[in-house]
Design a protein around this ligand. Structure first.
Ligand code: COA
Ligand code: AMP
Length: 623
């Protein structure tokens, strides 16, 4: 079957199409209702029952694949490797699930997982899924303050963490960070489970703390409990346009169906093959394509605890692909730019047998044509840019490696994936023509797998995604469609930036910068970075009474963003300016600032209150 046929069917007869895809899964109770409209949205497979942990583990064992490798754990930072079979995975997940039950965790309870890239992070996710507990994984690069915000929002009974993580050669003190977050949060958790990685970090145990190994050793493998298709599998926080992150809720049945579909059609991976997404379990890519997608599909997944460079060098990606026979790989363009900088001639690439690798996927940020072309020349296989978001949970634009690959147009993230009617609208919600840049929206209803709502915040859900264009889901991205139907994503149209493929809110950074007592006003926005795509830049106007060391103020501001959001914010640059460009109604002209900082051409907005500031600003960005 060709892409066009498949896509058309998904649009003209979505119920029949997705019923067929859902039939690829083993349900405890097969759904009869396929798509059920709700007040604002729709539910998928509402009367079906299934269990994600069962589908990712037990199902494969029942089909005689218990000895196949489920996880290749590869950790250059600890110089260790481990192969975990599906049978071993069942033991680890089943016993941890039993421990959770013994601690009083029940279906619908929330559990925060704050862990480095170790197998226990995956065990914890699957153990929650096994008993119907809702996990919320928090990325390890976030500071205790961010963890505390998430604790107060999702009110977990339990946190599962590890003693420490390792960032290249630096120890990240996870357990002390959790202690601090618990101290900062208003909500009190009942227990914390700590996986002690040994030989890394001395820490003290509090009254509520429990040792991971001890708990698991006292437990037995329990069976997976079927849950309703609409039961939340997880909450994943992502940056919004205010300081508070949004808790994206994912269902179980729709998500499982969409992931199974993606593994086959988008990524073109067959059960038994190795798939590798070089991301982190703290991001949506980690949820969908390190953990749930590949395991559902019966693949071996790679859990990589390292970086594309410096662990130990730019050869690591190619070593892993060759060592585990990876057939399809997924990473962010940033990682490729970092590798290319270290190894522009691809000398490392030539040292490895990459003959099994069929496709290289890129996503997470805009991919520049130069990076895509370089990689394609090096690997001599299709390099596929594709586009999606935490909210969608799986690709919205792609190229279908699993059926018929249409030619790649550098700069475009491909064509709409089945079920997605992607349109380019102007501010008034009218459709734009080919090559006209506008706002990217998806006509409702959305296919399965997309967010169900925002955790305990339906108002924000409506305001963020549905109210702007009635009848559409608004993605927050800008872009255009060419005459052949390829979509080009040009970037966010809100206060969100993508730094090294990490989604961050400049509004959140701005709130922190503005809270410094010497700052009268400020603006934080994303500027171009050769490696990370974008990086945040802060412009501050000091208060009129300020006297003292300007460099010291800058340092304090940088440190406070790092302390409050975390190192991942990559907030390292502050400039002091005399004033900021504003509209006559007092709104800071951030787009203009970004254009001037990046030396792009710009139009002076007619709403600007004082045009003389432009020359002044240009002076700040001469170099
Ligand atoms: N725990 C603690 N700290 C973390 C962390 C984690 N899990 N992940 C990143 N950090 C820290 C880094 O150590 C760095 O700290 P520093 O400012 O003290 O050096 C900071 O956060 C910024 O990290 P990062 O943006 O990753 O930059 P880097 O210079 O360490 O690495 C790349 C640059 C390009 C190698 C790296 O960003 C990369 O591999 N990117 C791939 C992106 C990716 O996988 N995205 C996921 C979405 S698909
Ligand atoms: P996240 O929710 O962290 O996955 O980030 C989603 C955002 O990343 C999108 O809204 C886009 O702005 C950006 N993004 C992801 N993939 C791509 C891509 N292939 N091209 C351009 N931007 C992308």
């Amino acid at each position: 079957m060709k892409y066009k046929e498949l896509y058309n069917e998904s649009i003209t007869n979505p119920a029949e199409f997705w019923k067929r895809q859902a039939n690829q899964l083993k349900w405890h109770k097969h759904p009869k209702k396929i798509i059920t409209p709700t007040e604002t949205w729709n539910n998928w497979f509402e009367d079906g029952k299934l269990n994600m942990s069962y589908l990712c583990i037990d199902y494969h064992i029942e089909n005689g694949r218990g000895n196949d490798i489920a996880i290749y754990y590869d950790s250059p930072v600890t110089k260790s490797k481990q192969k975990i079979t599906y049978t071993e995975l069942l033991y680890e997940v089943g016993t941890l699930a039993d421990s959770l039950l013994k601690l009083g965790i029940r279906k619908g309870d929330t559990v925060i997982i704050y862990m480095p890239m170790i197998p226990q992070a995956i065990y914890a996710m699957l153990a929650c899924a096994r008993i119907g507990a809702i996990h919320s994984v928090v990325f390890g690069g976030f500071a205790p303050n961010e963890l505390a915000i998430r604790i107060d929002d999702c009110k977990p009974k339990l946190i599962i963490t590890a003693s420490h993580g390792i960032e290249v050669d630096r120890v990240i003190p996870y357990k002390p960070f959790v202690d601090e977050a618990i101290h900062l949060a208003e909500h009190k958790v009942d227990n914390v489970i700590i996986y002690n990685r040994q030989n890394g970090l001395e820490y003290s145990m509090n009254e509520i703390d429990l040792d991971y190994e001890t708990l698991v050793n006292d437990s037995e493998v329990i069976e997976a409990k079927p849950v309703k298709s609409t039961h939340p599998l997880y909450i994943l926080y992502t940056s919004g346009t205010t300081g508070t992150p949004k808790g994206v809720i994912r269902d179980t049945g729709g998500y499982a169906t969409a992931l199974k579909f993606s593994m086959k059609y988008v990524y073109g991976v067959k059960p038994g093959e190795t798939f590798w997404a070089a991301s982190d379990v703290g991001w949506v890519v980690g949820h969908s394509f390190i953990v749930y997608g590949p395991l559902l599909n019966g693949n071996s997944t790679v859990l990589f605890e390292g970086k594309p460079i410096r662990t130990p060098d730019a050869s690591t990606f190619w070593r892993i692909i060759s060592e585990y026979n990876v057939v399809s790989m997924f990473t962010a363009p940033t990682a490729i730019r970092a590798i290319r900088k270290e190894d522009p001639l691809g000398s490392f690439i030539k040292q490895y047998d990459l003959s099994k690798l069929r496709h290289q996927f890129l996503a997470g940020e805009r991919c520049d044509a130069s990076t895509l072309n370089w990689l394609e020349n090096q690997l001599k296989i299709p390099v596929i840019d594709h586009w999606w978001q935490t909210e969608s949970g799986w690709p919205m634009l792609a190229n279908f490696a699993g059926i018929d690959l249409f030619s790649v147009k550098p700069g475009s993230a491909g064509k709409p994936v089945c079920g997605y009617r992607i349109e380019i609208l102007n501010n008034e919600g009218e459709n734009l023509g080919p090559n006209e840049e506008g706002l990217v929206a998806v006509k409702l209803p959305l296919p399965p797998g997309n967010l169900m709502n925002l955790w305990r915040n339906p108002k924000r859900f409506n305001a963020s995604y549905l109210n702007r264009f009635p009848g559409y889901y608004f993605t927050g991205d800008g872009g255009y469609k060419d005459e052949d139907g390829y979509v080009f994503i040009t970037g966010r149209v809100d206060d969100i930036i993508n730094v090294a493929g990490h989604r961050l809110s400049t509004a959140e950074m701005e709130e922190i910068v503005a809270s410094h007592p010497k700052v009268a006003e400020c603006a934080v926005f994303g500027v171009h970075c050769d490696i990370k795509g974008q990086k945040p830049l802060g412009l501050i106007v000091l208060s009129s009474s300020f006297e003292g060391d300007e460099e010291e103020v800058k340092k304090q501001i940088i440190q406070s963003v790092r302390n409050k959001i975390g190192a991942v914010a990559s907030f390292k640059e502050v400039k002091i300016v005399k004033r900021l460009p504003k509209t006559r109604s007092g709104k800071i002209l951030r787009k203009l600032l970004r254009q001037i900082a990046d030396h792009q051409s710009y139009k002076i907005p007619s709403t600007i209150d004082d045009v003389t500031i432009i020359k002044e600003l240009e002076q700040y960005f001469v170099n």
